[in-house]
Write a protein that binds this ligand. Structure first.
Ligand code: AMP
Length: 213
């Protein structure tokens, strides 16, 4: 399976991607996590990406395309992959087409997560993230066992700068501006499958198996 996840920030793309990864044994490639890792490590492109990320803008295509090209060259993607957060622009979708063409493969599904802005803002402003292992929590719906600490690795949880409400609203606008073209493109190819962002966590595994076949 070669899947692209599309959906607004906070819609549950990442959660779905990791469940699919678990069911089908294929890697998740999350550009947001890769970029945040580069920011933490202060690499050259991390430092450049940081300014864009903090204000909720898209990081320039050259940087993101470079990261994805490199990642897609690794052997573990040969059995399939889930792209989470990429492509986010027409230029990125063109680059993805080139990468796939070189490998002589095609996408099998574009999974589009649908959720209202109101719920997204509620979710993201209460989201807390582990800066070390990337696990995410919600302060009321899915709190950590020990307040403020990651259940998995014990690191202190943070609120991402771009999860503050004003930045979330801006990210949603950026998402809408860029994504309708991608949806149209993949709809024409008959690849789009919708998934309702409100499906509760305990029903997701069965739901995803159903829609992916
Ligand atoms: P996410 O965790 O997917 O919401 O991504 C967080 C931030 O990382 C976004 O607001 C962008 O600044 C940046 N980012 C992640 N993926 C991409 C991408 N494919 N293209 C450009 N910027 C990206």
């Amino acid at each position: 399976m070669r899947i692209v996840m599309l959906g607004p920030p906070g819609s549950g793309k990442g959660t779905r991607a990791h469940i699919i990864s678990d069911i089908y044994g294929i890697p998740v490639i999350t550009t947001g996590d890769m970029l945040r890792g580069a920011v933490r490590e202060k690499t050259e492109y991390g430092l450049e990406a940081q300014t864009y990320m903090n204000r909720g803008d898209l990081v320039p295509d050259e940087i993101v395309n470079g990261i994805v090209k490199e990642r897609m060259g690794k052997p573990d993607v040969s059995n399939g992959f889930i792209l989470d957060g990429y492509p986010r622009s027409v230029n990125q979708a063109d680059t993805l087409d080139e990468i796939l063409k070189e490998k002589d493969i095609e996408l099998t599904h574009v999974l589009s997560v649908v959720l209202s802005d109101k719920i997204i803002i509620e979710r993201l402003s209460k989201r807390r993230s582990c800066p070390v292992c990337n696990r995410i929590y919600h302060i009321t719906l899915n709190p950590p066992e020990k307040e403020g600490r990651c259940d998995k690795c014990g690191a202190r949880l943070i609120q991402r700068k771009d999860d503050k409400e004003n930045v979330v609203r801006y990210r949603l606008m950026v998402y809408k501006e860029n994504t309708h073209q991608l949806l149209e493109r993949y709809e024409k190819l008959g690849l789009v499958v919708e998934t309702d962002g409100e499906i509760p966590l305990d029903g997701l595994r069965v739901h995803l198996k159903d829609i992916l076949g």
